[in-house]
Write a protein that binds this ligand. Structure first.
Ligand code: HEC
Length: 179
């Protein structure tokens, strides 16, 4: 029996006890107690009838190494990580976007070498790219690129390499990464 069903049974028996008291007992104080039982029992039954949904954290995504056969497979995993666990899309767009607070990553895989990309992701402060879209002097972006191999994003080395493969692929470059 599920936990909810057990609780419903308990609430139902409390209502039952209340009804029995009201039917068979004349003493006023006990009758009032019986009435309170019925009200409380019905109240619990009502709240237990509301569907319960446990809120669980999102399922951990595991990279299945055995599914990786070609560089395109690596890039596909990188794409998934880019939009989910990596949280890159929170800040970056691929292609121009009005609301982007951070550099557009379109063509980035052609612009930056694999090693430079790796450094941009794991030691982002080493070379800070500025926003040249302004009139006048280029400014720093309003957000800061997080080191994605550290908490809270904390990607593994393979996940980072997969993202690089994805960035290269969507820039039309040959994928120079192997996991
Ligand atoms: C909190 C916002 C934020 C998140 C999340 C974020 N970035 Fe960045 N990223 C930035 C900012 C701001 C810059 C520009 C400043 C700099 O170079 O450090 C940047 C720079 C970069 C650059 C270098 C761009 C260039 O033209 O040199 C790359 C590549 C990059 N990010 C990729 C990623 C990837 C891949 C992820 C996800 C794993 C990611 N970023 C997550 C804010 C973010």
């Amino acid at each position: 029996m599920s936990e909810v069903a057990q609780l419903q049974l308990i609430a139902l028996s409390i209502v039952g006890v209340g009804i029995l008291i009201l039917l068979f007992i004349k003493a006023v104080f006990i009758r009032v107690t019986g009435f309170v039982f019925i009200v409380l029992g019905l109240f619990s039954l009502m709240s237990l009838a509301v569907p319960q949904l446990a809120s669980l954290p999102p399922a951990e995504e595991k990279i299945d190494i055995s599914s990786i056969k070609t560089p395109t497979d690596i890039a596909a995993i990188g794409q998934t990580v880019f939009f989910s666990k990596g949280q890159c899309a929170l800040c970056h767009s691929i292609g121009p976007s009005e609301s982007a607070r951070c550099p557009d990553l379109k063509g980035i895989g052609a612009k930056l070498s694999k090693d430079f990309l790796y450094e941009s992701l794991t030691d982002p402060q080493a070379f800070v790219y500025q926003d040249y879209r302004h009139g006048g002097v280029p400014k720093e972006y309003p957000a800061t690129m997080p080191a994605i191999n550290k908490d809270p994003i904390g990607l593994s080395k393979n996940e980072i390499l997969a993202i690089i493969a994805f960035l290269q692929q969507m820039s039309g470059e040959p994928i120079s990464v192997s996991v």
